[in-house]
Design a binder for this molecule. Structure first.
Ligand SMILES: Cc1cc2nc3c(=O)[nH]c(=O)nc-3n(C[C@H](O)[C@H](O)[C@H](O)COP(=O)(O)OP(=O)(O)OC[C@H]3O[C@@H](n4cnc5c(N)ncnc54)[C@H](O)[C@@H]3O)c2cc1C
Length: 366
């Protein structure tokens, strides 16, 4: 006979979003966190820039604007309390083309509307004082942007989750999910049956695949997840920067930017490349295009010193030409299945937003 276990909440996917939600709701409920891999945080959450974003770019009233700023405040507090390495590096958003001044001012305006009152506009002379090798007409200075150790962050939240009697299980393959009145039955490959009132899909790149396992899930609410790969580039030799440097965003990413890491080294990227599968291989073919972007703000950059080092994949929703620019959180308000929450398209700033998303989901839905 198969084993049967009951929980108030089952969270599927131990990336930063699943772990944050599991930790937050374990304070009051019995929670199971299921992961298909042998450890936590091996998906999108381990292949990114680890930047703590200040919430500048996102349209007012978007989910990204709502969660990023609040998530940033919560993240700094949580990391400080748990001694997780963080650094408030600050960031410059640089305008290198004279024609783009209005775009920069629009970003400044959006940031201010999102509550980033600390942002300042700098001219070329002021930029050189902060970053002597950066060439730009104008820039926005964001002093609250930072960098942190996202692996230690996830580990600390998992520890808190387990201290609150939450259970995390790994190497689990979900076969099928049945909706039975007011609860769900999840069938694992080894015939174990799990029963829960609340089922949270935090499967990252696999979010669409997950909903397809739910018997009878209405097709019109299945959203397609597309993969937009981003390659990062290292640089041989010492880099002269002391802050993150971002160009004005374009296309599916934030432009080929420079991010400092916690050891004061750094990397360029990620670029954008639509791919069909979860393949993280990197190629020198991406270098030329990246160089052409980097030299706009760092003319001294030497193309021969740039090398591709690793990549991550952004989950984008639906359509390469017109993809959803916001996070998509599907609750019973849309699909009408009580207790089911699907997270789609949780790309940047998902790390920064995780604690805020978790707080809001637990407050309003669990
Ligand atoms: C290139 C890049 C750069 C980024 N940079 C930043 C940044 O600097 N700052 C920032 O704030 N955000 C950044 N982000 C965004 C951030 O990394 C993501 O928003 C966040 O990590 C998403 O976490 P997640 O938990 O949704 O997904 P994931 O981390 O992918 O977690 C999903 C988990 O679900 C598991 N899973 C999938 N299917 C199943 C199943 N059927 N059963 C069980 N488990 C399953 C997976 O194995 C995985 O562990 C970046 C993203 C990318 C791609």
């Amino acid at each position: 006979m198969s084993d049967i276990y009951k929980f108030d909440v089952i969270v599927v996917g131990a990336g930063v979003i699943g772990i944050a939600i599991a930790m937050t709701c374990a304070k009051k409920k019995s929670v199971l966190l299921i992961e298909k891999n042998s450890s936590f945080g091996e998906g999108i959450s381990s292949r990114n820039s680890e930047v703590i974003h200040a919430g500048i770019y996102y349209p007012k009233d978007s989910l990204k604007a709502k969660f990023c700023r609040d998530g940033m405040e919560r993240l700094y507090k949580y990391c400080t309390k748990k001694n997780i390495p963080i650094k408030k590096t600050g960031k410059l958003i640089v305008q290198t083309n004279p024609k783009d001044q209005n775009k920069l001012l629009e970003i400044l305006d959006t940031g201010k509307k999102n509550g980033c009152s600390e942002l300042r506009l700098l001219n070329a002379k002021e930029i050189i004082k902060i970053e002597p090798e950066v060439t730009a007409e104008n820039a926005i200075w964001s002093p609250k942007t930072g960098v942190f150790d996202s692996h230690q962050f996830m580990k600390a939240m998992l520890d808190d989750f387990e201290r609150a009697d939450g259970i995390a299980v790994y190497n689990q393959n979900l076969k099928k999910i049945f909706t039975k009145g007011m609860h769900f039955e999840l069938l694992l490959d080894d015939s174990t049956k799990l029963i829960t009132k609340n089922l949270i899909n935090c499967c990252g790149l696999n979010a669409t695949n997950f909903v397809q396992k739910i018997e009878g899930y209405p097709k019109k609410f299945i959203r397609n997840t597309l993969f937009c790969k981003g390659t990062y580039f290292g640089y041989q030799g010492k880099l002269p920067f002391n802050h993150h440097i971002y160009p004005i965003p374009s296309g599916a990413g934030l432009g080929i930017h420079f991010t400092l890491d916690l050891k004061n080294n750094g990397q360029f990227g990620p670029d954008t490349e639509w791919v069909d599968s979860e393949n993280y291989a990197v190629s020198y073919n991406r270098v030329k295009k990246a160089y052409n972007e980097i030299k706009k703000y760092w003319p001294k950059c030497n193309e021969n010193k740039i090398r591709p080092v690793y990549s991550g994949i952004r989950p984008k929703i639906e359509n390469k030409k017109k993809f959803e620019s916001d996070f998509l959180i599907q609750t019973s308000n849309s699909h009408k299945i009580s207790g089911l929450i699907n997270f789609y398209g949780i790309e940047s700033p998902g790390l920064t937003s995780a604690l805020s998303i978790a707080n809001s989901i637990v407050k309003y839905y669990l």
